[in-house]
Write a protein that binds this ligand. Sequence first.
Ligand SMILES: [Zn+2]
Length: 422
Amino acid sequence: MNYIEEGFELLKEISFERLVGTEGEKKAQEIITKYLKNNNLSFYLEPFSLTGFEKGKASLRFNNKEINGYPNGGIGDVTLEGELFVLESDKQLNENPEIVKDKIVLINFPLDIKNYETLSKNLPKAVIRFSPPDKLPYHPSFRQTFFKEGTLLPVINITYEDAEKLSFASKVSITAHSLKKIVTAENIIIDIKGRDNRKDKIILCAHYDSVATSPGAADNGGGSAILYSIALYLKDFMPRNNFRLIFFSGEELGLLGSIYHTLKHRKETNEIKLVVNIDVAGDRWGKNLAMVLGDDELFHLVQTEANYLGIDFNVKKSIYSSDGMPFSAYSIPSVSLARHGGRPSAYVHTAKDSIEYSSIEGLRDIYKLAKQLVTRIDEAKFSLFKRQIPDELKKEINSYFIDRLGEKTFIKDRDSFFRRNK
Ligand SMILES: [Zn+2]
């Protein structure tokens, strides 16, 4: 078996629900580490704690009908009834926020931090969201900061088709529960010492947790499988540079494993040359993406290596909501690789992101480019790009953490670190 075939074997074994802090995730960790042990790849675990939750369930009753969905993780026990109000857009919400008071609001817009705060302040009884047509319901989670700040808005997630039925109701009653709890999760880390006696290192990473209800075959069993294949390759290749390979946990709840790792190792961040992150892979037919957070030299390097392999990659300078981001907050360049556009990636974050739709062909292009890129960088006699992130991308990175992730403290901690060490 070649490296990627071995990776696919791992993917087949870990394609089950791996919600952070649950038995499922522990079981996946045992399988991954068993594969590492069988191949004499030494590793260690990096534990961290977070507010986790049980999957839970939710049901809505109206006009003698009952539909089921999922609560946002950790809403506790909820029993309530009230008048339904449909909000078509967040413009409508922002113009008249007080109209949601005491209502059960069915929304057709993203529940981002800003909209969540506006809704929270105006005290609706509950908020109902729905997934795109023909998709199973999502199971989103609150940001960790929401748990710390106290009362959570009861948020229920249903399908598009059920939302259509619900929209004719005037009164709805809801029962839901999902208890929150403090849990421990672990990043799995492999350090590979380079032949040259250098201090700096290259990081490759992929998250192995999944959202609740989802077997996460594409997101991100695929990335984990590719990372494992790269580990097998590097072990035989014996690189000149030091490499650190990390299977992150807690990504789906807001990059928790990678944020923890970068904060814990913040004194060593200037030793990291590059991060290659893999998140979402396995589509039999799909489009390959490489999102670069770095300078022009890195951008052109990625494009050139993809062309050298003769594989079509859409290379762009862009943020990507995944574990490369916390590193970029420390000005460490990163390349995120993903494959989208086919069936598994369309089912991402639902119970249908299962192994039956993922294929080994869907892993190959990403594996090849990741391997090519790290090999080229490793063999070069000089640095092929600078360790920097252009200002226009830095702005996007900051607003991603503050507006999309609600992680003001992470950004602040990093800033105070830089001030102290200037
Ligand atoms: Zn993911």
